[in-house]
Design a protein around this ligand. Structure first.
Ligand SMILES: Nc1ncnc2c1ncn2[C@@H]1O[C@H](COP(=O)(O)OP(=O)(O)OP(=O)(O)O)[C@@H](O)[C@H]1O
Length: 244
């Protein structure tokens, strides 16, 4: 049984069909990559899975439970956690304190358990040496790690990563890929939305392509990337970049 099953999910904002009858699943321990042009509806899909947006139609099953109408906070307690495209840590709190907030509020746990989890996550995300540094003083790479760490603090079964590699240098990106690999090795299932395709290819088992709210491809990463449909979309993106 998959850990996540999204069945025929749709979402409309006014006249705009942002998510159009999307069906996808994630197996336990699997890492799934999601790509697609800007505005294709990728983040909205995360909002629907995390519960910050409710679907107009379709169902979402997570770990054997129908979570379609479940509020975000409850889904988090069930084991779905996410990072945001733009990191927004509590700048005046330390790295450790930021993670502790996630550990204390993202799940039901005692104070001591939360502290233990925060320490575990510092280790897992390579932030141990930065534990006492104010989040506002971290580098971009460290803030990206912290964004992932805050999501991991709730000890999720499924981690949703939204464009976490953007803006990093090549070596920093490799660093982050390694950290994500370790998270996965710890048994966490992952869905990762990313424009930095090379980073994605280094981690994921499968790629889904979203275009105009619809799923247009789903399969082996290299086969998907080589498909004419995907080439067309990415050439489209290049053209935009050139003329925009
Ligand atoms: N709350 C909202 N109200 C109205 N329109 C919205 C809302 N949220 C998203 N949209 C629109 O839905 C479309 C898809 O947005 P979404 O952020 O899901 O795309 P995306 O694929 O994540 O894009 P990007 O790669 O740029 O992050 C966009 O046209 C966006 O303007």
């Amino acid at each position: 049984m998959p850990i996540l099953a999204v069945n025929g999910v749709s979402k409309r904002y006014g006249a705009l069909q942002v998510t159009d009858n999307v069906t996808l699943s994630v197996a336990k321990g699997e890492a799934l990559g999601i790509i697609g042009p800007n505005g294709a509806g990728k983040t909205t899909l995360f909002n629907l899975i995390a519960g910050t947006v409710l679907a107009d139609a379709g169902t979402i099953d997570f770990d054997g439970t129908d979570v379609t109408r479940m509020p975000a906070r409850q889904r988090c307690h069930h084991g779905i956690a996410r990072s945001f495209q733009i990191p927004h840590p509590f700048a005046g709190m330390t790295t450790y304190e930021n993670i502790l907030v996630g550990a204390a509020f993202g799940r039901k746990a005692s104070e001591r358990d939360s502290e233990a989890r925060a320490v575990e996550v510092l280790e897992l995300t390579g932030l141990r040496r930065k534990a006492n540094v104010l989040a506002g003083q971290l580098t971009l790479l460290e803030r990206k790690r912290l964004e992932m760490a805050r999501a991991l603090a709730s000890d999720p079964k499924l981690l949703l990563l939204d464009e976490i590699a953007g803006g990093l240098t090549e070596p920093e990106c490799l660093d982050l890929v390694e950290a994500i690999r370790q998270v996965r090795a710890a048994g966490v299932s992952i869905i990762w939305i990313e424009h930095v395709v090379n980073a994605l290819l280094a981690v994921v088992d499968r790629i889904v392509v979203i275009d105009f709210g619809r799923k247009i491809a789903d399969g082996d990463p290299r086969a998907v990337m080589a498909s004419p449909q995907v080439a067309e979309i990415y050439m489209g993106l290049d053209a935009e970049a050139v003329h925009g």
